[in-house]
Design a protein around this ligand. Structure first.
Ligand code: ADP
Length: 629
């Protein structure tokens, strides 16, 4: 049974382990999903906040730039309107006028705080500049390649930003035409430094960049990003830039930008890694705003670090919550499975008990059936036995009848033939008148008839009905009387009878004559057995054994043949010669003793001779007295 349990337990264990693995995998998958969803949801949330802040900053930076430019926008226009300036333009080739113009531009430049202020004639040559006195003055330089000159010459306000070809400094240019009647005499240009604006930005958290229409970074809070493009420049763009000489002698390489925006219309997420997109480069959320008037686009690059760390915190919290849930679920599951196990154990125990009861009941039923069968068999055997017994009894009866017939015919035929002979002789003797001899023959005939009557009497006794009258008898008296009857025979045989009796008051319930007959028969048989002995000895012992009395009659004859000892009580069994025994003595005695509720048995004495025991129930003295009374 334990084997089968083991076999059941092994697949059950494997099943449970597989269940646990499946459960853990499922839990891990759900947990992973939850964490990913948490990451995306919180990223969206926190990035939206970052986006909002970035947009606000973008507005701020854009208006800041617009304000910075707006401050200078009208300066060249105002100067161009002045009569003395127009006069100076008219005499731009005059050295004195040029000197005046130089001083004027210098003064204006100082007053406005611009980078440079200069006058260009209609041919594009600078004839006066605020830096006339510096190491690299603009005076004498021709800037016709700049678009602002052409814009101004066409009567518009020229605007442009570029890296100064002479100064090597980045600047924003405002240019106004100086009208002299119908013609344009020249252009007043004010160049503003962008470095000052840029310097104010570097301290801020966000990165701010300003790009030109080609995507080249012109202003940047990060000096290393300056003059780098957001995307690779195509040939047309490079040509346009070269024609305007906007970034002369600058290598315009693109920045390594890794796009991280996962589709949709959300804010643009990028990681700018300088020359190469290196993993671990800080990520930025980029918002942009075009400033068409200035001709550039302002970008704010807000760091996503805070949003990301907030999202990460949320993910960690979610992971903890998941783990806690998992632990709780595992605990609940464990308790549940324990409960299930307990219920299963109880169910198995009760089913085992039921099975055992059933087996036991089946055993009992089988045993019952077996018993019933045995009983039937025994009954049948008993019936068979009874039948066999009946058959035997019948056969025994028939055998006895045969024996009896043979014995009787022998016993009667012999005296009858003798009688016939004696009678024939008597008739002849009477005819011859020998009366004396005839009378003797008649006497013999009489004797023979007496003997036949004796035999008949014996047969009557054998066939008698049990006499029911029993009375208390003193055994000693019975023995005395019997020996008295036998006295003549005993004397004739010169036999010696010793009678041993300790208690002469022992009583039994019996019939007097029948008991005497038994004792007489035993003593007579003893004498027969010792026939021929000189002084036959018979020992009669009367003894008491608990509630019984035993009369033992022992002789010193040849004893009983052991092969015949079982048959001596059978009727008509005799070993004596014909005419000497009928074989009825012991059989009759046996029946008499049985009538007295006693028994009779024979055995050979170890020292020779046969011993016959008559055992009778002892009558208590009080009872005997009462009964006899
Ligand atoms: P019977 O004396 O007519 O033969 P019993 O019934 O008295 O008939 O005895 C049966 C037989 O038992 C006897 O023939 C004898 O063989 C045997 N028997 C009886 N008494 C003795 C004895 N005392 N010793 C030896 N044999 C005995």
């Amino acid at each position: 049974m334990s084997d089968s349990q083991d076999q059941n337990a092994r697949p059950a264990g494997a099943l449970r382990r597989r269940g646990v693995v499946l459960g853990l995998t499922g839990a891990a998958a759900i947990m992973g999903l939850v964490l990913v969803l948490t990451w995306y949801w919180t990223s969206g949330l926190f990035l939206d906040q970052t986006h909002g802040r970035a947009l606000a900053k973008l507005d701020l930076y854009a208006s800041n730039l617009a304000g910075a430019l707006g401050k200078y926008q009208s300066v060249p226009k105002l100067m161009a309107l002045r009569g003395d300036v127009v006069e100076l333009f008219r005499s731009s080739e005059d050295a004195a006028a040029q000197a005046r113009a130089n001083r004027l531009t210098e003064t204006v430049n100082r007053l406005t705080g611009a980078e440079d202020t200069y006058f260009m004639d209609a041919g594009g040559t600078t004839f006066a500049a605020s830096n006339w006195n510096s190491e690299r003055p603009f005076v004498g330089h021709n800037f016709t390649y700049r678009p602002y000159f052409h814009q101004a010459m066409q009567g518009e306000l020229g605007r442009y930003f570029a890296l100064g070809t002479t100064s090597g400094k980045r600047g924003y240019y405002f240019a106004s035409p100086v009208a002299g009647g119908d013609e344009v005499l020249g252009v007043v240009v004010v160049k503003i430094s962008l470095s000052d604006i840029e310097a104010a930005w570097t301290a801020d958290e966000e990165e701010v960049i300003v790009t030109d229409p080609h995507g080249v970074i012109f202003i940047s809070s990060r000096p290393e990003w300056r003059f780098r493009s957001l995307a690779a420049l195509d040939a047309a763009a490079l040509q346009a830039i070269a024609e305007n000489r906007r970034y002369e002698a600058v290598d315009l390489r693109p920045l390594a930008i890794e796009e991280r925006t996962l589709g949709g219309e959300g804010p643009r997420l990028i990681a700018i890694g300088g020359d190469a997109a290196v993993p671990g480069v800080p990520e930025h959320l980029m918002v942009s705003k075009a400033m068409p008037e200035a001709g550039w686009t302002v970008h704010v690059l807000a760091s996503t670090h805070l949003a990301r760390s907030q999202s990460l915190t949320a993910v960690v919290v979610a992971a903890l919550v998941c783990l806690l849930t998992l632990v709780l679920a595992a605990l609940i599951q464990q308790r549940r499975s324990r409960l299930v196990e307990r219920i299963e154990y109880q169910r198995r125990a009760s089913s085992e008990l039921e099975q055992r009861v059933e087996e036991r009941t089946a055993d009992l039923t089988a045993a019952n059936l077996r018993l019933e069968r045995e009983i039937t068999e025994r009954q049948a055997a008993e019936a068979d036995l009874r039948q066999a017994q009946d058959d035997l009894v019948q056969a025994g009866k028939l055998a006895a009848l045969g024996q009896m017939s043979a014995a009787l015919s022998h016993e009667f035929n012999q005296p009858l033939s003798a009688i016939r002979t004696y009678a024939d002789n008597a008739r002849l003797l009477i005819e011859r008148e020998r009366h004396g001899e005839a009378s003797s023959n008649l006497r013999r005939i009489r004797d023979l008839t007496v003997r036949m009557a004796d035999i008949s009497k014996h047969l009557m006794t054998f066939a008698r009905k049990p006499q029911s009258e029993l009375r208390p008898l003193v055994l000693a008296e019975i023995l005395d009387e019997t020996l008295d009857f036998l006295r003549i025979r005993l004397e004739r045989a010169d036999a010696e009878v010793s009678l041993q009796q300790n208690d002469r008051s022992l009583r039994v319930r019996a019939g007097r004559v029948r008991l005497q007959h038994v004792v007489l028969n035993l003593v007579a048989n003893a004498l027969d057995a010792m026939e021929g002995q000189e002084r036959p000895k018979i020992e009669i012992t009367l003894s008491e054994e608990s509630d019984r009395v035993v009369i033992a009659v022992r002789d010193h004859g040849p004893g009983i043949d052991s092969a015949q000892i079982d048959r001596i009580f059978d009727p008509f069994f005799t070993t004596k010669d014909v005419g000497k025994g009928l074989g009825l003595g012991l059989s009759i005695s046996y029946n008499i003793v049985k009538d007295f509720e006693g028994s009779i048995r024979a055995e050979n004495h170890p020292e020779g001779g046969a011993v016959f025991f008559v055992i009778l129930p002892l009558l208590p003295v009080r009872d005997a007295v009462l009964k006899s009374a």
